[in-house]
Write a protein that binds this ligand. Sequence first.
Ligand code: HEC
Length: 103
Amino acid sequence: LNRAIVSTCLTLLALAAHAAGDPESGKTKAAACATCHGEDGKSPMAIYPKLAGQNEPYLAYALKTYRANQRKGSQASLMTAIAVVLSDQDIDDLAAYYAGLKP
Ligand code: HEC
């Protein structure tokens, strides 16, 4: 293997690591979600979906579609209002946090 290839691979690895959500930081950000989705992603009320243990890409996808106001659902506009302030990194962190919780 030549050096250029090795260094390209390391750069790509670093990028991939950076793109991944950080569950610790997601936990802090999730304080804003607990009122509805529950302290540990297990919402006490049926109208609020349980987030604990859901698939990480699914959670990120759901938040991005709410943010883009592309999700249809009786309460979707409510989540859109919450998701518009989230950055891509916020979304990845939140998805990593909730995906790591026991359902
Ligand atoms: C005021 C209550 C409320 C708050 C606060 C809230 N949500 Fe929601 N959330 C809802 C409701 C209601 C739905 C169902 C919306 C629908 O009809 O699509 C929902 C849906 C979702 C979904 C889709 C779940 C699924 O199974 O498809 C995700 C993901 C989500 N919320 C994440 C979050 C995150 C992350 C936060 C904090 C940044 C948050 N929510 C804050 C009420 C809330």
